[in-house]
Design a binder for this molecule. Structure first.
Ligand code: ADP
Length: 183
């Protein structure tokens, strides 16, 4: 059984850390996690708590939603991190970072991040998994845009997330502006 001790992760077999904003998690992310579980014993979903980047959902909400989605999958561990990703990964026994690739537009950013992380920790490699054909057009950003305009996002995110998006966007306009979000 994986141990869910925050920070230090032990006896989890082959571990991959899947970092991201997950604002909110989509079936694109979930597909990557499920496919990664065919290769790794444990996937740690590491949700970035980045004060610089405005998010629609708070860090606690994002963590709670991903935990709810994987409540029956003990080899998916959900955690949050602040600061440098390589410092967070050093507290786990992961040697692999997991990222998803959709279009060539993802490539440049991912290439730079992977190269930077490798330079910060030469023992850390990034594994890229290609998106599935069903989700290549799905991003948290477009999901939020569509949901904010009242469009249906069912089938692209779990029902729980679709509900939570509806709740968020029911807020009065002034409150929405106060919250704001970038991506
Ligand atoms: P970030 O803000 O760090 O890019 P995201 O939550 O947007 O975080 O994405 C986390 C990772 O998941 C990234 O590697 C991203 O490319 C990947 N990803 C997002 N959506 C999809 C999708 N539909 N298919 C495959 N990978 C995806």
């Amino acid at each position: 059984m994986p141990q869910r001790t925050k920070g230090v992760v032990k006896d989890m077999g082959k571990v991959a850390v899947y970092p991201g904003s997950f604002d909110p998690i989509t079936y694109g992310h979930i597909d990557i996690i499920e496919r990664a579980l065919e290769i790794f014993d444990t996937v740690i979903v590491a949700i970035a708590n980045n004060a610089e980047k405005r998010s629609l959902f708070t860090i606690d909400e994002r963590v709670e939603m991903v935990k709810a989605i994987f409540k029956d999958t003990p080899n998916v561990v959900v955690d949050s991190f602040k600061g440098l990703l390589v410092d967070y990964v050093a507290k786990t026994n992961a040697k692999v970072l997991l990222r998803g690739l959709r279009a060539t537009s993802d490539f440049e950013y991912e290439f730079h991040m992977a190269s930077m992380n490798r330079s910060l920790n030469p023992h850390l490699d990034t594994l890229f998994m290609m998106t599935s054909k069903d989700y290549f057009f799905v991003s948290s950003r477009t999901i939020k845009e569509v949901a904010s305009l009242g469009g249906a996002v069912e089938g692209l995110v779990p029902d729980l997330i679709a509900r939570r998006l509806k709740e968020k966007f029911k807020l009065p306009v002034t409150k929405k502006r106060e919250i704001g979000w970038d991506d």
